[in-house]
Ligand binder design. Sequence first.
Ligand code: PHB
Ligand code: FE
Length: 324
Amino acid sequence: MTTLTATIDNAKTGYQDFSIGSFTFRRNEYFAYVDYPDGEYVMPIDAFLKALMRDIAWGFFYGTVNFDEVFGTTNHYGNVDLFIGATNEEYVNNGKDFMENFPSEELMEVFQAILSDWTIEGFDPFAAPQETGTAWGPKNGNNDEAISRTRQVAQRMIGMPGDTEIRSDETGYTVNRHFKDVDQSQPKVYAEPGFEDQIHGFNLWAHLSRSDVTWNPSIVSICKQSLLCPTTEEYILPVEHGNDRVEWFLQVSDEIVWDIKDGKSSKPRASLIMRAGDVACMPADIRHQGFSPKRSMLIVWENGSPEIMEKIKNGTVPRVGVEF
Ligand code: PHB
Ligand code: FE
């Protein structure tokens, strides 16, 4: 079989090529190219970088991160599959799927190098489209500052001594243009003497209204194995997440439309409109992608149970949250 591959003049575009195993990654002004033994897969560069940013920031996440319907990664917690078409029935049925497994840290290193080299000055893959520049064009500087943001994981409740400061104008986080109506006042807490550093409250909506990133759930509280991960959303979730465990969504402001497909085949399953106050339980065998027409607030409720890894491996993980 002959394969057609795009001609890229690196001397002209200025971008580096990257390889791992039998995959090679190349970019030009508009596209990312993934070369694998059976051919070449092409994605728009902005979509590719936004998905790559999430896969890196989330450490390959829970289960599968589909960059689109064809290309992605599946996390086995320690090692990771890099695939073309493995979660797409048409690719599989036509014998066009390809997969290679890598130690997580090796793939992570290559992914980070790609993201750093291919992200140009002024483009922030975490930002909403209206709040950043474009990803297109020849190599022009970098934006390592934006792509090396790490999530500030709460050790105790935000605002408690020893933990993250409550966001305010002084901390450099300003209220997003879509959240100007969010009340910024903080609750008054009257602790019994001696309990001042143990009892606390803060305004989560004010905190979220100052988020400078989109589609990036961050742990703000951990209670045993229950992780509450609020996030602010605008435009399109850059990945189709194929979760490997049940996951809950609590829509706390505005509206998100979720496109839900079968996790394995990519066949359409459901379309869901979530409005403020709606709660949904996403089954463990689907993939989902959200569309948020204006910045909205979502709480993703994750199950961080250590036993769940064993259940995923031996196939006994519950498919739904509750069986009646
Ligand atoms: C998800 O895949 O469940 C997910 C990812 C990022 C978000 C929200 C939901 O911002
Ligand atoms: Fe998910």
